[in-house]
Design a binder for this molecule. Structure first.
Ligand code: AP5
Length: 212
């Protein structure tokens, strides 16, 4: 049953979490909550939280749990969180996952599995449309010609920072796979295929789960 419960899309940086979130939101009606986007908004506002977060993000390190949990609690207090949310990029540490258990029920964790070598080329080629939030890739998902001039590259999408983000993922975030596998709610998807193939695999998992 996925009604009223939250869903997590999980995976290393560049696995395609943001790319696939729209599909999952549409299928389940759960609003997407990306802690990375929330932090980038705080950085753009030049708030205290944003300034502190940026010092970690630029190095490819995780922002402290206290800051993240504060943002999540505020987000969960909004009306549209009552039917559950789609978490993208959260939780990322065992303490975050344990704290989440006290805040909302999680029905499924969709884990995108992609090898490190593929991730570097995905992230260095990523470009985002600031007007729509749509995520593109120079090679794998080229943007329409008429909007190419306005596309932006994220500050933390350099090759050095990506390698640090990957190392952070393996040390602090990957152990969450076992945490959710032990609960019987981890669904692994091969994230290496083409975007449409990955979407089809996710669709099949959600359809099967909705029918439970
Ligand atoms: P965040 O913004 O969450 O970044 P991330 O987890 O590193 O993930 P990305 O957004 O880089 O990748 P994605 O999986 O969404 O991939 P995408 O769909 O864009 O976090 C940024 C930073 O904030 C962290 O480093 C940390 O400092 C901090 N932070 C955030 N949350 C935190 C938390 N909970 N705790 C502590 N700190 C936190 O795809 C990538 C590219 O690949 C795109 O160009 C896309 O077009 C392309 N692509 C996608 N799928 C495919 C495919 N199947 N084939 C080919 N190309 C593909």
């Amino acid at each position: 049953m996925i009604n009223g419960k939250s869903i997590i899309i999980f995976g290393p940086p560049g696995a395609g979490k943001g790319t696939q979130s729209g599909l999952i939101s549409t299928m389940t009606g759960k609003p997407q909550v990306s802690t990375g986007d929330m932090l980038r908004d705080a950085v753009a506002d030049d708030s205290d939280v944003g300034r502190e977060a940026k010092s970690y993000m630029d190095k490819g390190l995780l922002v402290p749990d206290e800051i993240i949990l504060q943002l999540i609690k505020i987000r969960l207090s909004r009306d549209d969180a009552k039917s559950g949310l789609l978490f993208d990029g959260f939780p990322r540490t065992i303490p975050q996952a344990i704290a989440l258990e006290t805040l909302t029920d999680v029905s499924m964790v969709i884990s995108l599995v992609v090898e490190d070598d593929e991730i570097v080329s995905r992230i260095t080629g990523r470009r985002t449309d600031p007007e729509t939030g749509e995520i593109y890739h120079l090679e794998y998902k080229p943007a329409p010609q008429h909007i190419r001039d306005r596309l932006l590259q994220r500050d933390d999408d350099t090759e050095d920072t990506v390698r640090n983000r990957l190392s952070t993922f393996h040390k602090q975030t990957a152990p969450l796979s076992d945490f959710y596998r032990d609960k019987g709610i981890l669904f692994e998807v091969n994230g290496s295929g083409e975007i449409k193939q990955v979407s089809s695999s996710i669709e099949a998992i959600i359809e099967a789960k909705t029918g439970d």
